[in-house]
Design a protein around this ligand. Structure first.
Ligand code: HEM
Length: 494
């Protein structure tokens, strides 16, 4: 346009003056509004960051990051480069502050339920149920959690360890004999689901497991969707799947009460309390909502963590060799074909550090969201009632002031105890992960059977992340091929 002769330029301006005027005006208004918003928000709290336009804020940038193969944490990383460690943003109409420090995590997690709470999301309560630990109000949360906890204590998990070990050993052996490559993430998702259903309700029938898994995935997808009951939507499918699951769980409870079946499992331990006073037992909806919650909270997280352990060990052969040495020495001291016990897991000193380092680096839950219930101050920053504060566990786990060379996979860093609130893969406080012991023993058994029985090759080294996933997972799902160790213990199953 710059090379246009004067007459043509005049002609263009005369014929398009309305468009030009609108463009100039909208650029001016946007510039003015963004300056105003930035000045106004900075003045109130001192937290840097851009809130953008009302309601929309930076939602589109967030969605774009979430939809890319860098993952949604890229949105956080970029803003940290622009604004520093503390920053605020506006997402889906709400103001969010990312809290990047140990002190901040401590303030929020020690005041959970009092000054902060999980944000209430209607779709979440509709999907997992109002009596789920994820949605229940403080008083019932405390009681439900107390009554659910026992089967997840370390001492109660010995049965689970043996069952999981048996299931895993058989499946790995079959995969190795078939000699084909397989997608590790898919394998992990299936085995984590099957093991959980066996532990909770003694379900082993494969076609029932497949149907339940499909329905649980639909419920999980509906948890953060728009709560409108229109056929075809994620919400609609999730609610329908929830109804089917509740019917199945209800049928199982009735069957147990009739005395037809009474296997030793989590569900039975809950029903054994039927004759107890009200505050010492769970009602049927509390049991059913939390069966669903435990499956959803436990499957994807544990499956992703096991996948990352393989990826990190593959990239760090010296660590893999040391781990294999430890696991083989444990295997050699056991009779042929014997399954692992809790005592064996206690001997896995290096294995435990590999698990810890995997959880530090993979950051399965990137941040823990809360809403401020009142105005408060965190490390000198003013937080207003109703703001969302995200405890940024990823930032804490990658802080070079807390972890030397934080991007280096180095399990030996856990020779020393981490400082309080500097290592929080399972959160902390009244909402600490209920399944943390279960997750740890699952990972240890997995590492034992894999490194003690096999070598593997990762058949796709692409580091891209899965799109639209709220838990970081490799887009490839980490396909691997197994080879049995010559002197390994891969033939052991009961
Ligand atoms: C590697 C695997 C796992 C990781 C990294 C993990 C992480 C977490 C974290 C960080 C929280 C707290 C979130 C917050 O404060 O907002 C949490 C809560 C929870 N987790 Fe896990 N989890 C894992 C496995 C499991 C398993 C296997 C189960 C069940 C058997 C489970 C059940 C739960 C439940 C029920 C809660 C909610 C607790 C409450 O609100 O009281 N998790 N998990």
């Amino acid at each position: 346009m710059l090379n246009l002769p004067k007459e043509e330029l005049l002609f263009f301006v005369r014929n398009h003056y309305d468009i030009i005027l609108a463009a100039v005006l909208s650029i001016g208004v946007t510039f003015f509004l963004s300056k105003l918003l930035r000045r106004g928000s900075d003045r109130t709290d001192g937290i840097p960051g851009r809130l953008g336009l009302p309601v929309v804020g930076e939602t589109f940038s967030f969605l774009a990051a979430n939809n890319s193969t860098k993952g949604c944490y890229d949105f956080v990383k970029l803003r940290r480069l622009w604004y520093g460690k503390w920053f605020k943003t506006r997402l889906f109409g709400k103001l969010h502050v990312y809290v990047p420090t140990v002190e901040g995590a401590k303030t929020i997690l020690t005041n959970d339920f009092r000054l902060f709470n999980k944000g209430y999301v209607k779709s979440m309560a509709d999907a997992v149920g109002k009596k789920s630990l994820l949605c229940a109000p403080q008083e019932s949360h405390k009681r439900i959690r107390r009554l659910l906890s026992d089967p997840f204590s370390m001492g109660s998990l010995s049965n689970f360890v043996q069952k999981f070990d048996n299931m895993l050993s058989e499946r790995l052996k079959k995969l190795e004999e078939d000699g084909k490559r397989f997608v590790l993430l898919e394998f992990n998702m299936k085995i984590a689901f099957d093991a959980m259903c066996d532990m909770l309700m003694s379900i082993t029938d494969d076609s029932l497991l497949k149907q339940l898994e499909k329905d649980c995935t639909a419920v999980s997808d509906a948890m953060l969707s728009l709560p409108v009951m229109i056929p075809g939507t994620r919400y609609y499918k999730g609610i329908k799947a929830r109804n089917r699951l509740m019917q199945t769980f209800g049928g199982m409870i009735a069957c147990r009460r009739s005395g037809k079946e009474s296997p030793e499992d989590f569900l039975q331990s809950m029903l054994q309390r039927d004759s107890y006073p009200d505050n010492e037992k769970l009602d049927d909806w509390e049991i059913m909502d939390n069966l669903l919650t435990l499956i959803i909270a436990g499957q994807t997280t544990t499956a992703a963590a096991m996948m990352w352990s393989v990826k990190f060990l593959d990239e760090n052969r010296a660590v893999q060799d040391r781990l294999r040495e430890e696991q083989l020495s444990i295997a050699r001291n056991k009779p042929d074909g014997a399954l692992l016990t809790l005592q064996d897991l206690n001997r896995m000193a290096f294995g435990s550090k590999v698990v810890k380092e995997t959880l530090r680096m993979s950051n399965v839950l990137l941040w823990f969201p809360r809403v401020a219930l009142d105005d408060c101050t965190i490390e000198g920053y003013e937080i207003k009632k109703g703001w969302h504060v995200n405890i940024d566990a990823t930032c804490i786990h990658n802080d070079p002031a807390l972890y030397k060379d934080p991007l280096q996979f180095n399990p030996s860093r856990f020779d020393e105890m981490p400082k309080p609130y500097s290592y929080i893969p399972f959160g902390s406080g009244p909402r600490t992960c209920l399944g943390n012991n279960m997750a740890k023993v699952t990972m240890l058994v997995f590492l034992h059977r894999l490194t003690g029985g096999y070598k593997w090759t990762v058949d796709d080294l692409d580091p891209s992340l899965e799109r639209k996933a709220h838990i970081p997972r490799l887009r490839s799902g980490c396909p691997i091929t197994l080879t049995a160790l010559k002197y390994g213990k891969n033939t052991e199953t009961s």
